[in-house]
Design a protein around this ligand. Structure first.
Ligand code: B4P
Length: 319
């Protein structure tokens, strides 16, 4: 059972932690772009000051686990579900206010699959934090494996408020579509205009129809498809390690298999947020290139993912 006053609890903890400097909020300049080729809307946040923050490769950051004994000031709850399984923390380095992390209390690897309990807890948090009347929507996401853009190895999901009036392409894809379970007859949705592979399933409109089993079956169906790439691409990319992003809003879930965390050529990295159209840019040159050619984002998302497989029938080998 989540606390009734969850939104207030998050807001209050954030306000105090930000005022006292425990949360280190990064200001960013946001620009909206529309890719003329795909019709995708991008919100690009430019935050050059993040370059000072240590990256995954930093040995010191790798050796310590900030989620083992988190700062009390960042802790919304040490036991958010009332059964000892998860804590809810504020992200110490947010670009968006009130960005929270759902962290397992027991150490688990960030490469492990999401459990039915992880999924329903994340969904319940979305259900509690969203406010449709006020156009407040959140996305839960899981960066699984180093190639997905994750930087900490202790299992955690993240919850981020979506920008107002922002339409992820997954919304467009799910418009007018009812919930279905992905199976041999029913392929997850893919937008054929987008370059990179992504698997999307609309969720039931009523939250009472979404339970642990439903989410677990959907997740398993998407994971099977994502893992196929890691069987099929080992010749071309021998050093490939399993990595994917999992995203969930109250309207849909999406999985994107990942081949790399970043493009060195364009000096940009992505976690799950990039694959819904929220792009974090740290270098001026990258921003300039994107401004001149917004379609570049789709190309770089492909470079860090796999080619779209829309319209291809899965063979029995995949299952
Ligand atoms: P990971 O899954 O491991 O990594 P990540 O979110 O991709 O962030 P990363 O650390 O790689 O930073 P990046 O420069 O890409 O999640 C670990 C989380 O724990 C991160 O959110 C991290 O900030 C947080 N954390 C680290 N130390 C902590 C501590 N001591 N206590 C509590 N939390 C701690 O991105 C910088 C920030 O911007 C990240 O917060 C990222 O999530 C966010 N971000 C990235 N793209 C975004 C976008 N498009 N829109 C909004 N926010 C975005």
């Amino acid at each position: 059972m989540l606390p009734e006053n969850l939104s207030q609890l998050v807001s209050d903890t954030y306000a105090t932690a930000a005022a006292n400097g425990h949360v280190q909020f990064t200001e960013s300049a946001t620009n909206k772009f529309k890719d003329p080729k795909t019709g995708i809307q991008y919100v690009v946040s430019y935050a050059p000051s993040l370059l000072k923050k240590p990256e995954r490769a930093d040995q010191e950051a790798k050796a310590s686990n900030p989620f083992e004994k988190p700062e009390p000031e960042l802790t919304v709850s040490t036991d958010i579900t009332g059964d000892g399984e998860y804590k809810l923390l504020l992200n110490k380095f947010p670009v968006v206010p009130e960005h929270v992390l759902l962290v397992t209390n027991e150490y688990k690897q960030q490469t492990s699959p999401l459990s039915p309990k992880d999924l329903i807890t994340a969904y319940s948090l979305l259900d509690k934090l969203d406010d449709e009347d006020e156009d407040v929507r959140h996305m839960a996401f899981y960066n699984c494996g180093p190639s997905s853009g994750s930087s900490l190895d202790h299992k955690h999901l993240q919850l981020l408020k979506l920008p107002q009036k922002f339409t992820p392409f997954q919304d467009r894809l799910c418009n007018g579509r009812d919930f279905f379970l992905p199976d041999v007859q029913n392929e997850p949705l893919q937008d054929n205009k987008v370059a990179f592979s992504h698997f999307v399933v609309p969720l039931p409109e009523e939250s009472s129809k979404v339970d642990e089993d439903t989410l677990a079956m959907v997740y398993a169906g998407l994971l099977q498809r994502a893992l196929t790439f890691f069987q099929n691409w080992t010749d071309e990319k021998p050093r490939l390690s399993v990595g994917y992003n999992f995203m969930m809003t109250k309207r849909w879930v999406c999985m994107v298999p990942r081949s790399a965390a970043r493009s060195d050529e364009q000096n940009i990295g992505f976690n799950a947020t990039g694959y819904v159209g929220l792009v974090l840019v740290k270098y001026e040159e990258t921003l300039k290139n994107i401004t001149e050619n917004p379609h570049l984002i789709d190309e770089v998302l492909l470079e860090c993912g796999f080619p779209n497989t829309a319209g291809q029938k899965p063979t029995e080998y995949h299952y």
